[in-house]
Design a protein around this ligand. Structure first.
Ligand code: FDP
Length: 333
């Protein structure tokens, strides 16, 4: 029992390390984790309940909304709505921000999340996940606005994700390294299983939707040629693509690798969203010693033009992210 470092115990211990900590932030992380435990339960029972399939509606991104998307979104909103320290929420599923019931005026924190990343993998039982980030707002005492959210990713004070895979794992950072907790289904608690995650020094794989190669620009083709060259340091580098961003990034974080969803001739800004996907994952990966870029800029420096703005994303081992950036610079001058 003494060794069972649960997420709540871990957070309590950390709180003691920070002078003046009110416990608000600890409570917030614990509630986010609680919501993800509930989502994990629903994901695990998905085939048994009537929660598979699409609702028939489209979300703000013009994508088909699945029933589990809706359920996860509601679950997170429900949990966050009554926390007095949370002022407002931005969800990938919602067109506008949501001011919370309890904290809209006095809450210090703004939360962004993608309730269920990898929706197209739900019905085939492949790994999916939830991604979140926490920001502190600059002004309290008034309703938060979209502009309060549309700021650089470097303003995040915490970010993380939960992957619903062969086990459920909660991984997060508060700017002081990255820790991973695995859900023990018998105890119902996240238990510290991966302390101080560091991305391995070299990439063992690369991950991209090669189906888009027909639209890729020359820098992306050149990048793939290098990764697939079979020459050092890529002699053993293989392709691994789950097609759920958070799951691909999670694997690469643990085993070394680079994920890229670049801008191309069809979609110059790529597919992934700045606030709900790129910013939080970039925060985690940087904290683990990796890098994230849009090819030109550090992702954490990107200021989104709107709540649902998209960005090209190259994320993983520093060496490979830098290589992609140098190829961009070479092909566009
Ligand atoms: P999905 O559309 O299934 O929700 O941004 C969402 C996302 O999945 C990412 O998780 C994933 O990496 C990417 O889109 C997959 O896009 P492609 O199907 O174009 O490869």
């Amino acid at each position: 029992m003494a060794d069972l470092m649960t997420l709540s115990r871990y957070n309590l211990q950390r709180k003691r390390d920070y002078e003046g900590a009110t416990g608000d932030f600890t409570l917030l992380i614990n509630h986010l984790a609680l919501a993800m435990k509930v989502v994990s339960r629903e994901v695990a029972r998905a085939g048994l309940l009537d929660v598979l399939g699409k609702t028939g509606a489209e979300n703000v991104q013009g994508e088909q909304v699945t029933k589990l998307d809706v359920l996860s979104n509601e679950m997170l909103i429900e949990v966050l709505n009554d926390l007095p320290m949370v002022a407002a929420i931005a969800s990938e599923e919602d067109e506008e921000i949501r001011l919370t019931r309890a904290g809209r005026l006095s809450g210090r924190y703004l939360i962004c999340f993608d309730p269920l990343d990898g929706s197209s993998n739900i019905d085939v039982n492949a790994t999916i996940g939830t991604i979140f980030s926490v920001r502190k707002r600059h002004e309290i005492g008034r309703d938060a606005t979209e502009a309060d959210f549309c700021r650089a990713g470097s303003e995040q004070i915490a970010a993380g994700y939960c992957v619903y895979g062969s086990s459920t794992m909660f991984v997060y950072s508060t700017g002081d390294g990255v820790d991973g907790f695995t859900l023990d289904p018998n105890v119902g608690e996240f238990v510290l299983s991966h302390p101080d995650i560091r991305i391995p020094a070299s990439a063992t794989c690369w991950s991209a939707n090669v189906g888009n190669a027909r639209n890729w620009r020359q820098e992306t083709h050149a990048f793939v040629r290098t990764l697939g060259s079979g020459e050092a340091p890529y002699a053993k580098c293989s392709l691994r693509y789950i097609g759920t961003l958070v799951a691909d990034v999670h694997r690469n974080l643990l085993q070394g690798g680079v994920f890229f969803y670049p801008g191309d001739t069809k979609a110059p800004n790529g597919k992934l969203r700045v606030l709900y996907e790129a910013h939080p994952l970039a925060y985690v990966v940087e904290q683990a010693g990796g890098k994230a870029s849009d090819g030109w800029r550090r992702i954490l420096d990107v200021v989104p033009s709107g709540l649902h703005a998209r960005t090209p994303l190259i994320i993983g081992n520093a060496r490979e992210v830098d290589l992609y950036a140098s190829l961009c610079a070479a092909s566009h001058g």
